[in-house]
Design a protein around this ligand. Structure first.
Ligand SMILES: Nc1ncnc2c1ncn2[C@@H]1O[C@H](COP(=O)(O)OP(=O)(O)O)[C@@H](O)[C@H]1O
Ligand SMILES: [Mg+2]
Length: 243
């Protein structure tokens, strides 16, 4: 499998001296194109910091990060934001929808920022909302929808421009268990269609729905578990203990 993401001895250090926090403490990680991986750990373990690095929203204090073979640290802010726009669809715990815009307008907004013409925008936004099962909610504003529906709008917004990578930080954190599993089902379908899906969660039951679980403790990756389907024996579990 081609390596999509390759991190070598990555550190993110906040503050100095006594109050210094090593949010990432020497992370080595590779994720291949087409994988679905969950990054799992307790609150404060460094998951969001890692997501920000993967998503090119922040750069490491020390270490190397290659995205599709490009060294991210060497890029300008503008080049970084281009990579983000083209390669990555973000989904957040708090949905981050704009309250005054309806579902269709929310999904169209990032396409507008990309300079896309209005007809094309509308077509892709409609297609994305249909994809997440919301064809009958296009003109609803966020306050007129359930949490699960709002998160599906956010997923539609993330996939409308068809980025190859979906990055979801605690996407089920604000949802009841039924809406949460609907959201995970959609992420799994996007993965089955060929996208790379990286799911960040503190919930090991949710993480278990991904084929790979990367466990993070105090900024270090301590375990990397892959469940691969094996036609003769059912499932095979491979665990790499790293600390
Ligand atoms: N901007 C920041 N300044 C200082 N410390 C931070 C900052 N962001 C995160 N941290 C610290 O880094 C650690 C990891 O945080 P975070 O990545 O948000 O964890 P998680 O997402 O797993 O809950 C925590 O101890 C947190 O307090
Ligand atoms: Mg977090």
């Amino acid at each position: 499998m081609e390596q999509l993401i390759e991190m070598k001895q990555m550190y993110k250090i906040y503050g100095e001296g006594e109050s210094q926090v090593r949010a990432l403490d020497g992370v080595d990680l590779t994720i291949g194109r087409g994988e679905m991986a969950a990054i799992v750990g307790q609150s404060g373990s460094g998951k969001s910091t890692l997501m920000n690095m993967v998503g090119c929203l922040d750069i490491p204090t020390k270490g190397e990060y290659y995205l599709e073979g490009t060294n991210v640290a060497s890029l300008s802010d503008e080049a970084l934001s281009q990579i983000r726009n083209r390669e990555i669809g973000f989904v957040f715990q708090g949905f981050n929808l704009i309250p005054s815009l309806n579902a269709l307008e929310n999904v169209e907004l990032p396409l507008l920022y990309r300079g896309m013409k209005s007809e094309e925008r509308r077509r892709l936004a409609k297609e994305a909302l249909e994809r997440v099962g919301l064809s009958n909610r296009m003109t609803h504003r966020p306050a007129q929808m359930s949490g699960g529906q709002q998160q599906r709008v956010a997923i539609a917004r993330a996939i409308a421009a068809r980025p190859p990578i979906i990055l979801a930080d605690e996407p089920t954190g604000n949802l009841d268990s039924r809406s949460g599993s609907e959201v995970i089902d959609i992420l799994r379908e996007l993965w089955q269609e060929g996208r790379t899906v990286i799911l960040i969660t503190h919930d090991s039951a949710i993480a278990a729905l991904a084929g790979r679980q990367i466990h993070i403790v105090d900024g270090k990756i301590c375990e990397d578990v892959r469940i691969s389907e094996n036609s003769s024996k059912g499932y095979r579990k491979t665990t790499r203990q790293l600390v």
